[in-house]
Design a protein around this ligand. Structure first.
Ligand SMILES: C[S@@+](CC[C@H](N)C(=O)[O-])C[C@H]1O[C@@H](n2cnc3c(N)ncnc32)[C@H](O)[C@@H]1O
Ligand code: SF4
Length: 383
C-alpha cells in the first residue's frame, strides 16, 4: 500500500436501540431524514477534497452506530460524492458495519451496487441467552441467516464477537469459538468485554448488579485460548483483537495502525492528516443534531485543528503499531517525527523477552502482548 493513499471514515450515529455495554457515539432516533444526512456527508466530502487536493482513496469505512440502517441510496450518494472528488484505487476496500437485526439480501445487494465490497457484522455472541444479556435485538439464528445473506453477496465478510462475558467459562468459550470457526470465517474481530464509563453496564457494576465477570487469570486464559484456537484454523491475530486468514486483513484497520492518513466525517468522527510535515487531529462535533446543523450552516471545520507535538505523534505510532503483528518501524517513526526510542528502553524489554527486534522493526512477543499496555508505556515514555 502506498503511504500517501488516503482512507475515509464515515460515522453513522444511529441505532435501533442502545446496547448496555456500548460507549460508541450511537443514538436512538425516532426519525432520521436520510436525505438531509446524505447531503451533509456530500458537503463534507467536497470540503475535505477541496482542502486536501487530489488523492487516491485506499479504503472507505462506514462505521457506527449502525450503518446498515442507512438506505442503500444514502450510501450510494456518499460514495458517488467520493468518486466525483477523488480517484479510488482499483483495489479499494469499502466496508460497511452491519447489525444482524437490520439486514436482508436485498439491502446487501443495494450496498454492493453502491460500491461496498466488505461487510463487518456485529454478532457479539453465538449463545441466545448471552445475546439477551448483552441487550442485543437479534438471535443466533438471525445472525447465521444474516451471515448467509452477506456471503451470497460479498466475498469479504467479517463478524465481531465479544468474549470474557458474565459467567463465561473457558469450556463455554471454547465451544462457542469453535462454532464460530466452523462457520469458516476469513476475518473475525474478537474483543474482550470492557465495562466502559458512562454505560448501563458501568452503572450495574457500580450497583453490584453486574456479576460473574472474569478475574484476571481467567481473562488471560480466555485470551490465550482464543489465540490457540484461531491459530489452529489459520486465522492469525494481525492485531490484538483482529484475526484473519492471510490476505483478508482489513486494509482500513491497517491504515489506522500504521499511522496513515484518514479523513473522519460524521458526528464525533476522528481524523488524522499529515500536511506539510505536521500531523493534525480532527474531530467533528459529537451530537448528531449539532453536527448536522453545523454542516448545513456551512460552518464545519472552522475551529482550529489540533497539531500533534512530535512526541504525541511518535507515541501514537508506537501505541497503534505495537498492537499489530508487524509492530513498529523505528526508522520510520524517526523520519516522520524526529523522535527515536532510546536504546536503553529497547534493551530492557528485549532482555525481558517482551519485544523482538529485527533491524529497525520491533514487535511485541506473545508474552509482551499479555502486558501490552505496559510495554507500550515503557517505549512511549522514552522517546
Ligand atoms: C461500533 S460497534 C459496531 C457494529 C454494530 N453497531 C453492532 O453492534 O452490531 C463495533 C464493535 O465493537 C465491539 N464492542 C462495542 N462495545 C464493546 C465493549 N464494551 N467491549 C467489547 N467490545 C465492544 C462490538 O463487538 C461491536 O461489534
Ligand atoms: S453496540 Fe452497535 S448496535 Fe449496540 S448501541 Fe453500540 S453501535 Fe449501536
Amino acid at each position: 500500500m502506498d503511504r500517501d493513499d488516503l482512507a475515509i471514515y464515515l460515522h453513522w450515529p444511529f441505532c435501533q436501540s442502545k446496547c448496555p455495554y456500548c460507549d460508541f457515539n450511537s443514538h436512538v432516533a425516532e426519525k432520521v431524514d436520510q436525505d438531509q444526512w446524505a447531503e451533509a456527508f456530500e458537503v463534507e466530502v467536497s470540503r475535505f477534497a477541496e482542502e486536501l487536493g487530489p488523492k487516491r482513496i485506499a479504503s472507505i469505512y462506514f462505521g457506527g452506530g449502525t450503518p446498515s440502517l442507512m438506505h442503500p441510496e444514502t450510501v450510494d450518494r456518499i460514495l458517488s460524492a467520493v468518486r466525483r472528488n477523488w480517484s479510488l484505487r482499483n483495489d479499494v476496500e469499502i466496508t460497511l458495519e452491519a447489525n444482524p437485526s437490520s439486514v436482508e439480501v436485498a439491502r446487501f445487494e443495494g450496498y454492493k451496487r453502491a460500491g461496498v465490497n466488505r461487510v463487518s457484522m456485529g454478532f457479539q455472541s453465538l449463545v441466545d441467552a448471552d445475546l439477551r444479556a448483552l441487550g442485543r435485538l437479534h438471535s443466533v439464528d438471525t445472525a447465521l441467516k444474516a451471515l448467509e445473506s452477506a456471503r451470497s453477496v460479498f466475498d469479504r465478510v467479517s463478524f465481531d464477537l465479544i468474549y470474557a462475558r458474565q459467567d463465561q467459562s473457558l469450556g463455554a468459550w471454547r465451544a462457542e469459538l469453535t462454532r464460530a470457526l466452523d462457520l469458516l470465517p476469513t476475518h473475525m474481530s474478537l474483543y474482550q468485554l470492557t465495562v466502559e464509563d458512562g454505560t448501563a453496564f458501568a452503572q450495574r457494576l457500580a450497583a453490584g448488579a453486574l456479576r460473574g465477570l472474569p478475574n484476571e487469570d481467567l481473562s488471560v486464559d480466555l485470551y490465550e485460548l482464543t489465540q490457540e484456537l484461531c491459530n489452529t484454523r489459520g486465522l492469525y491475530a494481525y492485531e490484538v483483537s483482529n484475526h484473519a486468514i492471510p490476505g483478508y486483513e482489513s486494509r482500513h484497520n491497517q491504515i489506522y495502525w500504521q499511522g496513515g492518513d484518514y479523513v473522519g466525517i460524521g458526528p464525533g468522527a476522528h481524523g488524522r492528516l499529515t500536511l506539510q510535515g505536521h500531523r493534525y487531529a480532527t474531530v467533528a462535533p459529537k451530537a448528531p443534531g449539532a453536527w448536522l446543523a453545523q454542516v448545513r450552516a456551512g460552518k464545519a471545520g472552522e475551529e482550529p485543528r489540533d497539531t500533534l507535538s512530535s512526541q504525541a505523534w511518535a507515541e501514537e505510532l508506537i501505541l497503534m503499531g505495537l498492537r499489530t503483528r508487524d509492530g513498529i518501524d523505528l526508522s520510520r517513526i524517526e523520519r516522520l517525527t524526529g523522535r527515536r526510542v532510546t536504546e536503553k528502553a529497547l534493551q530492557g524489554l528485549l532482555e525481558l523477552a517482551m519485544i523482538a527486534q529485527t533491524g529497525s522493526q520491533v514487535n511485541a512477543t506473545a508474552q509482551g502482548r499479555l502486558v501490552l499496555n505496559a510495554v507500550i508505556r515503557a517505549l512511549a515514555d522514552r522517546i
